[in-house]
Write a protein that binds this ligand. Structure first.
Ligand code: KIV
Length: 269
């Protein structure tokens, strides 16, 4: 994206209008947020994938609002340019617009983030409307929605077949009509994602949804090669997991050999 000082909601729309692709990565702490921000990543997502990636949970479902607030504050505090979006975790918005509004207000007040993201289509349109009316930008999340993994039967492509594609398009229209400023499309057939993208006035950001989206998001540990296993739709742009292991082994070898600390790394009398 053409680099403004700080990415704001109007720049997302302008990027789509100009045909410039948006770049989004997850971040869960200040260290990575600063690195990604300085690398020119346009949007930082404090995803509830923090549960699987950082906290060792087996799904996003146990992630709490307190956990999201702590991570959101760290990321928003470290990012000077990127548009920071915080996920509303499972159980903090589904009950209705009032619950969603209370959660969204807390997230923006306590983190300094610019927007929130929530999962679902028509079923959460009223929540998106309430948040938007209160001045809180909302990114919607359609296709495979991990918070519904028990209902969806695990990570499975969504929007297949004429009915599936029609449902996805109807959900996309509903969330945008309710005020969503962007739509994440996860694990959606590429032609369906491309047709949703051309239909919507707001940008789509794909993950496992093909190149026809207005932008792409990856979970940073997948992108950087921090884990043994990478989802089929993610590309490893580094091998940070092995690099980190090698650094830890070198440190251990030095300590055991009495080679660290050396004169350069100690204080004299
Ligand atoms: O929580 C997350 O990381 C997400 C991305 C997969 C889009 O929602």
């Amino acid at each position: 994206m053409n680099a403004p000082q700080r990415v704001r909601v109007q720049h997302l729309q302008a990027a789509k209008d100009r045909g410039e692709r948006l770049v989004m990565l997850t971040a869960y702490d200040a260290v990575t947020a600063r690195i990604f921000d300085e690398a020119g990543v346009d949007l930082l997502l404090v995803g509830d994938s923090i549960g699987n990636t950082m906290h060792g949970y087996t799904s996003t479902l146990p992630v709490t609002l307190d956990e999201m607030v702590v991570a959101g504050r760290a990321v928003a505090g470290a990012a000077h340019r990127a548009f920071v979006v915080v996920d509303l975790p499972f159980g903090t918005y589904e009950a209705g617009p009032e619950q969603a509004l209370a959660t969204g207000v807390r997230v923006l007040k306590e983190t300094g983030a610019a927007a929130v993201k929530l999962e679902g289509g028509r079923r959460v349109a009223a929540q998106i409307r309430a948040l938007t009316d209160a001045g809180i930008p909302v990114v919607a999340h359609l296709g495979y929605t991990p918070q519904s993994e028990n209902l969806l039967g695990g990570p499975r492509v969504q929007g297949r077949g004429d009915d599936g594609a029609d449902r996805l398009r109807e959900d996309a229209v509903a969330v945008v009509d309710a005020g969503a400023v962007a739509v994440v499309l996860e694990m959606v057939p590429s032609p369906v994602a491309a047709s949703v993208t051309s239909m919507l006035r707001v940008p789509t950001i794909g993950i496992g949804a093909g190149a026809g989206c207005d932008g792409q998001v990856l979970v940073w540990v997948d992108m950087a090669g921090m884990t043994d296993w990478t989802p089929r739709f993610a590309k490893r742009y580094g091998e940070l997991g092995s690099a980190l292991g090698a650094a830890a082994r070198a440190f251990a070898d030095d300590v055991r050999a009495g080679a660290f600390p050396d004169a350069e790394h100690e204080f004299g009398a």
